[in-house]
Write a protein that binds this ligand. Structure first.
Ligand code: AMP
Length: 249
């Protein structure tokens, strides 16, 4: 069984981003970039399936600038066997990424595609669902466990009311939630080994896909600064303030 994992290069989760002065977006010049944390979980999940003898090959796919090769190298160091970079400097939105991933899926014919549940930069949470729709494949989003047996994926999903277990006939799409696993620490020998693995570079035009954005960002602004809180001496004063000032009770 071949597995594709989708890995996105995003601003590192430790970086506090700033809005650009012209409010056109977030300033990502000179900030640390890393693999989207949910995608690390996806690569770890695929690697564990391979280690358990359930998968034969893992292909990591990234769409974006040529620097996304670094993200692919991290995926290769975790356990992916080879990488595919769909290189473009277009601003990529989920629908374009889903179309590009569909093209790679049609070429590679995997049985399972694992994506993150959301990218921490755009917070869209759409790509896996769009890809499943475009391929007309079953999907299980927000997975906290994945088991594969005889062509069936049994996935536990984190839903509002608790946990839901679904069973999908492969080929299928799964998106990862935080509790699926804890990605391994990438060691120096695995980084060295990853350097020898291949990364194929293709372009959207090779698949006849126009990745240009369909949505226009009008402006990006900082969230309003929260007002300082007030300490109240007792419950009676709190209730009084909720009634007369906040007018919520
Ligand atoms: P989003 O729908 O943008 O929140 O992203 C959800 C998931 O789709 C991410 O966790 C990745 O697995 C995948 N994805 C999104 N954008 C890209 C990209 N440019 N390259 C590769 N995978 C991506």
């Amino acid at each position: 069984m071949k597995i594709i994992t989708a890995v996105k290069r995003v601003v590192d989760y430790n970086v506090k981003v700033r809005v650009k002065a012209d409010e056109s977006g977030v300033d990502i010049g000179n900030v640390k970039m890393s693999m989207n944390p949910f995608d690390e979980i996806a690569v770890e999940a695929a690697t564990r399936l391979k280690e358990a003898g359930k998968a034969t090959e893992i292909i990591a796919v990234s769409c974006g600038l040529s620097q996304s090769q670094e993200t692919l190298r991290t995926a290769l160091a975790i356990g992916a066997d080879r990488g595919v970079l769909v290189e473009t400097d277009a601003e990529l939105q989920p629908l374009a990424v889903a179309k590009l991933l569909k093209a790679v899926v049609e070429k590679e014919q995997p049985q399972l595609v694992i994506l993150g549940k959301q990218a921490i930069d755009d917070d869209a949470g759409q790509t896996g669902q769009l890809l499943a729709a475009l391929l007309d494949w079953p999907q299980a989003t927000f997975a906290s466990s994945i088991e594969i047996n005889e062509g069936i994926a049994t996935v536990t999903r984190e839903v509002d009311g608790g946990l839901e277990v679904v069973s999908l006939r492969l080929p299928a799409i799964v998106t990862t939630d935080l509790r699926l696993n804890e990605p391994r620490y990438v060691t120096l020998p695995s980084i060295m080994k990853a350097k020898k693995k291949t990364v194929e570079v293709v372009r959207p035009s090779d698949f006849g896909i126009d990745p240009s954005p369909r949505l226009k960002t009008l402006k990006v602004v900082e969230p309003p600064v929260r007002k300082a809180g007030v300490m109240v001496p007792d419950v009676a004063t709190l209730v009084e303030k909720l009634k007369t000032e906040a007018k919520v009770i």
